[in-house]
Design a protein. Sequence first.
Lengths: 556, 248
Amino acid sequence: MKKILLSIIMILASVSVHAAATATELEGSFKVGPAIILILILASFILVGLLFRAKDTTDYYAAGRGISRIGSGMAIASNWMSAASVLGMAALMFGMGYHGLAYVVGWTGGYVLLLILMAGQIRKYGKYTAPDFIGDRYYSQGLRVFAAIIAIFISISYCVGQFGGIGLMFKWILGIDYMLAVFIGAGVILFYTLISGMLGVTKNMQVQYVIIATSFLIPLFVLLFKYDYFWLIPPIGYGSVVSDIVTGVPLNDAKELFNIYGHSFSIVASPEFAMPWAESSGGTFFQWMVIVFSLMIGTAGLPHVLQRFYVVPNPRDARWSVVWGLFFICIIYWTAPVYAAFGKMLAAHPEVGTLAVDAIVVYTAQLGNVNPLIVGLLAAGGVSAAFSTTSGLLVAGASAFSHDLYVKVINPEATAKKQLLIARLGTILMTVIVALIALLELALIAELVALAFSLAGCTIFPLFLLGIWWSGSNKQGAIAGLIAGSFITLISLTYFITGKLGVVLPYHDFINYWLGAWYFAWVGAPLAIITNIIVSKLTKPTPYEVRKFLVENVHL
Amino acid sequence: MENNQIDYHVSFFKPKTRRTLKNRNMVLWLVIVWATAVFGFQILLRVIEKPVPEPAYNTFVSVWDNVKADNASVEELKDFANSLSFVIGKVYIKEEYKPALSNAFSWSVFEVADDEKDELYNVLKDFKKAQAETDDILNPNYIKSKKTLEDYIAQLLDIPDNDARKPILPFSMSLQKKDSYSAENMELTEEVMSMYLIHNRSVLTDTIFLGFPFHYFFTAVFLLVLFIGLCLTYCIITDRREAKEQLL
């Protein structure tokens, strides 16, 4: 036993020495300590996935409906906290200041809507997937297929941002090319999602939450303590950092404090970091408001989020799992701006150079001369966040592919074994598509993810909202609403993609501003809802059985 | 077959039972609090804010006409360069604006140097050479040339030793002793200066609460607490209601 312990200590000591040697290199080198931490964490994911692997389709889709409230809350938080939360949010605030807070508010406030309007009711309805609910509530195979395709699109769009984050972190840790990093990350996540399914994924998500939260918080305590701020409660302690950025910190006041390069902890007054809608941030008041709105309704329309409510034993647990989930999410969201603020201070000297904004969380810890192993843990936490979300998304996408398209439409006689096979094939296909799109590096991680929210807000959210709360919403109304929402989506995405390809379509600036790819749901969702209501009023009423089910099973 | 005795209908706005009525009212209250806190506060912020320039912007405006007309005095050029350095020193400047700012700053510093232009040029050249020769920022030759240039420019512009702009000065200069300040860059400079030195401020942004500007605290910290509070309220009330109705 002693020999084993001694060996472990020797290995850790050796890792620390190597890690320290590479600590001052922000990019381009293989970082031994972080790499070992990453490998250990990935191995633990696979081990947990294997231990709790899916045995049948109920396990695969809904984790046997045996997850506790707190466990489900942790899984919701882990599933939710993607690379966009852990890496992307700080990046947005680093680059856009107060404008970036729109994402913090949008991505948390949506849970209030989700809880009071949907969570319990979705669980009471008792379906496995979002397309399942839509197909059943609107008694339409066509809508089920359409919803399944949209769910797959949402999962792909969301996953692209995650793969980008995984690529960046693998690149940073392994010192390899971004393209190779994306493929390695894709391979690992595919492997463990395939062998585990949602039961393994749900257990993994709980482990992942602990890793994400621990790795994210430790460097903040260190940074606040080291730079002489109130460190006991980081979400409060960094207030003075924000105020220091606004007023500036002269050299004398900071002479004992340095970044890793020995630059003084000083900064020229930069009020644009905290002042609302600074012109230099590139964001306006209008954009701030519509981003918040779109992200909020998108939250209540994301298939992989809605799917989490199917895995709890009853509606009461579904409600409480949202509260726990939001609490766990907020622990990270309260602290993400701290990285942006310290990043501003520590990267103030031109010698630091231009940093990859999406990796600012890791660079900030590194510039603050935090122990390389802790920085490595932070990077591994970033990967873990991307992994947890991606696995949930892949399961949601594969569910839409196998359960909603294959079993419900193409081959209703399919055996359980066949269903599982199709789900796994769907997962492989999605992974390949996502990895290829991620290589294009279309936008910042958080922006790519915000696109998925708008898509969900325009399509899935109106169908759930009206489907639960108004029995008058019928098949025809749902189809019309979905077409309206999809039309707005199509316009926005066409302008976004052509813009990226360098093609300027008529009214380019107008559409890009008013129907931006990150927030087009502010038009699409209300339009889809209004269209749904008008068409439903003008057409044949919802069948008696559907209304009866809604009253007796969902609202009683 | 439809049973005409029971009208099965669900409408959020037209609840049919006491229970659904109570639920609707609770949801509406929560949504009102939620929307007021999220959107109402930002609207208030927008309504009461005023564009407030940093002192450097006022300095810039006071000398800008003479700089543009190319008849600024040495003191005015010094003020101009100083105001520019407040923008150059900010951490996140868009790449597209950097050349114009560098052109403006370098030109004005060389103009301030007047008879010492050649000397400044040589100091700057030494620094650029040392910078090109090494990637190691701890290289003694690089550090020495950087310090010499830093002190030289700081002295020219009367920038005190403890000023946070001082370490940034050597990196703000380009080798352009004889170049002019282009009309295109002049136009861009004016735009960039107002963009980075005028901020929307109000009593909500200038009040400090727990170390934060108040509006920042409200948005980044308080709103999240509120969201959890709203969710908790909903769950507790719904649980109590269901327990009362023996649904649990």
